[in-house]
Write a protein that binds this ligand. Structure first.
Ligand code: AMP
Length: 541
């Protein structure tokens, strides 16, 4: 039997796993509870046992101290989330429990090992967040074939569902904790990502918070209580708020029964109340969308093309709120389409996993043939025909940069960051982009220069030095006798997997240095292996 490969949408609030089945359908694999999506919630029942999913979500308000939600928003930003039963947890390890649960449930459902996966992340994740996502997979014992952008995955899925589509589409992806906009052109063969924008701390949870404050205010009016709510009761309120919000997607008014601090109340909450309270959040998404459209216009104008937006596609659970569709029509004059909002990303990732695996094995088979090695066994390979029949020729993805990369330099004697690679530039057919620039040494007789590299979201050539954005330093040794202003060439090469190669050369002597930069917060391989080993003592259910 051919092996399967899987796509995982590791979401802020919910996660989902899918694969391309024997009948060439992209299928979401149900979890043990029979649901297509699993809450990304982790609860430590005791030192050796972790509960993930719906049951963990229920525990969030019984035992908030041992429950972790929204861990995705911490990926790549910190190495510490919480201490549970004396164990310090990193975002990578917490995420690995979610991945283990998804893989475990899928293994049970299909009676087949889940090992090779593609995991998705938001487009604006930088190097550190991407590597943290990959490491979470490794800690979970998975073979992470790639980490790809959520909107790219959605586009792959969408592209296949559209016969002979030659279109420019905008993907508006509003999930539980993140918002992503992507403009891309698709035709029979290529998915060309023009630009991405987004806000990594805006999502359904912000709508929940507004509902929470509205419910709390009304509950206090009704009961007269002025007591501070403890964490347990706040979680109960959060849960009631999310439920009310979801119900308001289908109904005009909801009645919310609350039992908080021993007091009972019933709050009537209308869709109008909800939309008024959250209008500002929705407007932010519209502004970001408009911005992305303007960026796409500029980029296409540079290529001598005009932007004609054919479709807007809605992805992410929060696009079920009716005001999303309404405001898109009002602001952009296009009636958006919805395509499996909770599942499109996982399904696209599954298809990409299959494309990738088929590509890799074609290369491997060729290599083995050339070197006279034994051919691959059936169970080592994916059924390449399956993906061929499903996606046809539409296989190629052209990425654009999702971050800008700068070097620190003196500009008119002022230290500045100088962007060599600017975000939203196409990586072209080669799937990489290079940019170089010549700088001068700052003083006479320097022994070395530090090439300080900054990952950022600025679109301008220069910006003020901000060491929070420092990705790393590469040191170039100099002979120590060069006069001030001696030329130093700096070359950046960025690949589609987000890895940046930095090359520096002292053009006077030819001395050079090159390094592959990953972010400072990234775990070393040894650290990952150590956590993976320790993590095996923990049972995930
Ligand atoms: P995702 O990360 O794409 O799975 O999106 C999850 C978010 O979608 C959460 O914030 C959910 O509360 C929200 N969501 C799911 N269903 C609905 C619905 N029917 N109405 C409004 N929001 C929803």
């Amino acid at each position: 039997m051919a092996k399967n490969v899987y796509g995982i949408d590791l979401g802020t609030t919910y996660s989902c796993i899918a694969y391309v089945d024997e009948t060439e359908h992209v299928t979401v694999i149900k979890n043990e509870d029979g649901h297509n999506i699993t809450p990304s919630v982790v609860y430590f029942e005791n030192a050796e046992k972790v509960v993930v999913g719906e049951a963990a979500k229920d525990c969030a308000y019984i035992e908030p101290a041992n429950t972790i939600m929204f861990v995705k928003s911490l990926m790549g930003k910190t190495d510490y989330v919480k201490t549970c039963y004396g164990r310090d947890l990193s975002p990578e390890e917490v995420s690995s429990f979610i991945l283990r649960k998804l893989a475990m449930d899928a293994t049970k459902a299909l009676d087949c090992e889940v090992k090779d996966v593609v995991i998705t992340c938001p487009a604006y994740f930088g190097t550190a967040e991407r590597e943290a996502t990959r490491n979470a997979g490794i800690i979970a014992g998975l073979n992470v074939m790639d980490v790809i952008n959520e909107p790219t995955a959605a586009a792959i899925y969408y592209g296949v569902n559209k016969e002979h589509a030659k279109k420019t589409i905008l993907i508006y992806d509003l999930g539980g904790g993140t918002f992503d906009v992507t403009v891309m052109k698709i035709d029979d063969e290529v998915i060309d990502i023009i630009c991405c924008d987004g806000n990594h701390s805006l999502g359904g949870k912000d709508w929940d918070e507004r509902v929470m404050s509205d419910l709390e205010a009304r509950f206090r009016d009704q009961t007269g209580t002025e007591d501070e709510f403890d964490e347990e009761n706040m979680q109960a309120l959060r849960s009631a708020a999310e439920k009310a919000k979801k119900n308001l997607s289908a109904r005009d008014v909801v009645k919310v029964a609350l039992n908080i601090m021993g007091l009972r109340g019933q709050v009537v909450y209308s869709r109008e109340d909800f939309e008024t309270s959250t209008a500002e959040l929705l407007n932010t998404t519209v502004d970001i969308t408009r911005n992305a459209i303007e960026t796409a216009e500029r980029i296409l104008a540079d290529r001598g093309e005009e932007l004609k937006l054919d479709e807007i596609l809605l992805v992410g659970g929060s696009t079920r709120m009716p005001q999303v569709t309404r405001s898109i029509i009002e602001n952009f004059g296009i009636e958006p389409k919805t395509l499996d909002p909770d599942e499109a990303v996982a399904k696209g990732a599954a298809m990409y996993a299959m494309i990738l695996a088929a590509d890799l094995q074609a290369k491997e088979e060729q290599r083995r043939e050339e070197e006279g090695e034994r051919p691959m066994e059936e169970e080592e390979k994916v059924d390449a025909d399956r993906i061929e029949r499903l996606v046809g020729t539409r296989k190629k993805i052209i990425y654009s940069t999702t971050k800008s990369y700068a070097v620190r330099a003196l500009v008119n004697n002022e230290p500045k960051c100088c962007n060599l690679i600017i975000k939203n530039h196409s990586l072209g057919d080669d799937l990489e982009i290079s940019a170089s620039r010549e700088f001068g040494t700052a003083e006479d007789n320097m022994d070395n220069v530090d090439i300080a590299v900054y990952e950022n979201d600025y679109m301008d050539e220069y910006f003020e030095v901000d060491d929070n954005l420092l990705l790393g330093n590469v040191s170039l040794t100099l002979p120590g006798n060069l006069p001030e202003g001696s030329p130093i060439e700096v070359l950046f090469t960025l690949k589609s997997n987000g890895l940046l190669k930095v090359y520096g050369k002292d053009t006077t002597t030819g001395n050079d240095v090159s390094a592959e930069l990953t972010s400072q917060g990234i775990m070393t391989q040894e650290e990952v292996e150590e956590i993976k080993k320790k993590s095996q003592d923990i049972t995930v259910i």
